[in-house]
Design a protein around this ligand. Structure first.
Ligand SMILES: [Ca+2]
Length: 331
C-alpha cells in the first residue's frame, strides 16, 4: 500500500516536472505561415526554410535568461562587473596588440579605438564569451514562445535566414547569446546585415574569427548612429543642494547646458563645451551620482538601451587610455 502511494506521488511529481515541455508546443500552422513569409521576403525556398525551422528547439534556459536582465542592478553594483582591474588590464593589452588595425579603423570612421575595444570588453570580455546558445533556437524560442517580444524576435529570425543566405552561413550552426547576438561585438541578425563590414577584404563578414571585420563593424555601427568625432561622451555633474533630480523620459541629448543649470545641474569641472546634453541620476557607491551626458553617450545607448551599459562602456574606454586604473577601479 505504502509502496503504491509512493509510486503515485512519484509519477505526479514526474508529470509536474515535465510540464514546461508540454507548455511549449510547436505551433506548426504559425511556423508554416512564417516560413512562407520569410521565403517570399528574402527570395528563399520555403521548403528549405521550413526544414531549418524544423531543427529549431524550444529552450527553457532562453526564457529564464531573458526574464532576469543584469541591467536591473543599481549603478554601484553594475559598475564593478566591468570596471575592474582584470578587464582594464586585458583591454589595454588588447588595445596595444591591435593598435595598428584599430588606428586604421579610427582614421576611417572617427570612432576612437578605445571605444571600440571597450564595447568588446563589456560585450564579451574581448571575445572570451561570445555565447553558447544556438542562435536559431534562441530566436525561435523568443519569437514563438515569448509573447512580450514576439514580434521583435520573429523579425530577427527572418533576418537570420537572410543573413545566412548573404554570408553563406549555416543558420543551424551559429552560436550566440540568449537573445541571438553574435560574435565579438554581439550583433543581432538585423544589425549584422545593416552595419557589419568586411574589414579584411575577403568578401565576407565574419564577426567570430576576423578581428579586422569586428573592428570595422563596431566602428561602423557607431558612425552610422551619429558618433561625432572629438565630442565628449559624458562628464560628472553636481546637483544643487535641495533640488529634486530631473528625470527625462528619454536619453536623448536635447537640453542646452543653460537649461540643465536651471534644473540645478552643473559640470563638476570647467572647460565643458556648450553642447546639447541630458542628465543621469544614478545610485553610486557613495550615494547619488550625477552625470551630464552628450550626444555620443546617446549613440552608445543605440548599441544597448541601458544608460548603465553606456556609462560602463564610456568609463572603460577612458580607463584604456590612461595608466591609473587602480585609482578609478577603486571608486
Ligand atoms: Ca572579412
Amino acid at each position: 500500500m505504502r509502496r503504491s502511494l509512493l509510486k503515485i506521488a512519484t509519477s505526479a511529481l514526474g508529470l509536474a516536472l515535465a510540464l514546461p515541455t508540454f507548455a511549449a508546443p510547436r505551433d506548426e500552422a504559425a511556423l508554416a505561415a512564417f516560413a512562407a513569409e520569410v521565403a517570399a521576403e528574402h527570395g528563399l525556398d520555403a521548403a528549405q526554410v521550413a526544414a531549418t525551422l524544423d531543427k529549431a528547439r524550444y529552450q527553457q534556459s532562453i526564457i529564464d535568461a531573458i526574464t532576469r536582465p543584469a541591467e536591473a542592478k543599481p549603478w554601484r553594483d553594475y559598475r564593478p562587473i566591468f570596471l575592474n582591474d582584470a578587464r582594464i588590464e586585458k583591454g589595454r593589452a588588447f588595445l596595444a596588440e591591435h593598435a595598428e588595425a584599430l588606428a586604421r579603423v579610427e582614421a576611417e570612421t572617427g570612432v576612437p579605438a578605445q571605444v571600440v575595444v571597450a564595447i568588446l570588453g563589456v560585450e564579451t570580455n574581448y571575445g572570451g564569451i561570445t555565447g553558447k546558445h544556438s542562435v536559431l533556437d534562441a530566436l525561435y524560442t523568443l519569437g514563438f514562445h515569448y509573447p512580450p517580444r514576439q514580434a521583435f524576435f520573429r523579425g530577427e529570425l527572418k533576418h537570420l535566414f537572410a543573413l545566412a543566405k548573404e554570408q553563406g552561413l549555416d543558420a543551424t550552426a551559429l552560436k550566440g547569446s540568449y537573445a541571438g547576438a553574435m560574435g565579438w561585438g554581439q550583433f543581432i541578425p538585423s544589425s549584422y546585415r545593416a552595419y557589419a563590414r568586411d574589414g579584411d577584404g575577403d568578401g565576407r563578414v565574419d564577426l567570430w574569427n576576423s578581428l579586422p571585420d569586428v573592428f570595422a563593424s563596431v566602428a561602423n555601427y557607431f558612425a552610422a548612429h551619429g558618433w561625432r568625432s572629438g565630442e565628449p561622451v559624458a562628464v560628472p555633474a553636481l546637483l544643487e543642494d535641495g533640488r529634486e533630480p530631473y528625470r527625462p523620459a528619454s536619453l536623448e541629448a536635447k537640453y542646452a547646458l543653460a537649461e540643465l543649470a536651471e534644473r540645478g545641474y552643473s559640470p563638476q569641472s570647467g572647460g565643458v563645451p556648450d553642447l546639447a546634453a541630458t542628465v543621469l541620476n544614478l545610485e553610486g557607491r557613495f550615494g547619488p551620482e550625477y552625470w551630464i551626458a552628450f550626444r555620443n553617450f546617446y549613440v552608445i545607448t543605440r548599441y544597448n538601451r541601458s544608460p548603465l551599459y553606456a556609462l560602463a562602456v564610456f568609463q572603460l574606454s577612458e580607463m584604456l587610455g590612461r595608466s591609473d586604473s587602480a585609482a578609478v577601479a577603486a571608486r
